[in-house]
Write a protein that binds this ligand. Sequence first.
Ligand code: ADP
Length: 272
Amino acid sequence: MSETKMAESNGLRLLFDEPFYQPVANEVGVFMAAWGRRLPVMLKGPTGCGKTRFLEHMAWRLKRPVVTVACHEDLTSSDLVGRFLIEGDETVWQDGPLTKAVRAGAICYLDEIVEARTDTTVVIHPLTDHRRSLPIEKLGVEITAHPDFMLVISYNPGYQTVLKDLKPSTKQRFVGMNFNYPPADVETRIVMKEAGIDEARARALVAAAGKARNLKEQGLQEVTSTRALIYAGALMVAGLDALEACTVAIINPQTDDPELAEALLEIFRTFF
Ligand code: ADP
């Protein structure tokens, strides 16, 4: 798996080495066009299909720093915007990651935005239209975004429930880019490169995943991701037996149901 050289300062990451990204369609062109007009972008797709890697690749291309926030259900708007902290007998203001990105002209990546509370998604609204501004209520100011600021969110439609979905009014503020697991040839190349494994075993992993992904209808919440295939490949390269590698990297993390686990193992057995 690749490592990238980067500099990190004040939560802003600048990538020096090209993060390997294998395009599937015209995603680079679409993102460049959105960047040209500084339109906010929503990367939609299942876990482990390349959304984060794509974003890092684009940040490298554009030579812009990235600020990444992994959203979760306790994330408040103060976590994004900033808060007063007590230092000795003074209170000092500390910018949150979104404010830092807005000021510095970075790309702010809100990963799994659906997980965040609704009040959190509301603070991003004025940043997503012509105002390009961020109100900081606690300071009583509204700051205008740096011309190079860009907002990118990721969103996994598979997780959505009635309670947890982005409001249509939020979604419609973004350019939506659909991601999915890549076609077999492309995914094979990715697994070869990222896991450092030979073509035959990469092909077998991808073909097995193709079959395993059909089990979704039988109650699997998540299907086999490209990331899981890369882990399995990397463990094989490290010397693990192929089926053991598939079990620990793919099957165990995916299901707790013994019958489904057996059904998955059966699929991988036919390829290894
Ligand atoms: P997501 O953000 O969609 O959950 P990631 O971007 O973290 O997923 O992808 C998981 C891993 O899969 C990445 O670390 C990378 O190794 C690999 N990957 C997936 N798609 C691609 C691609 N198109 N090009 C290169 N690597 C990819």
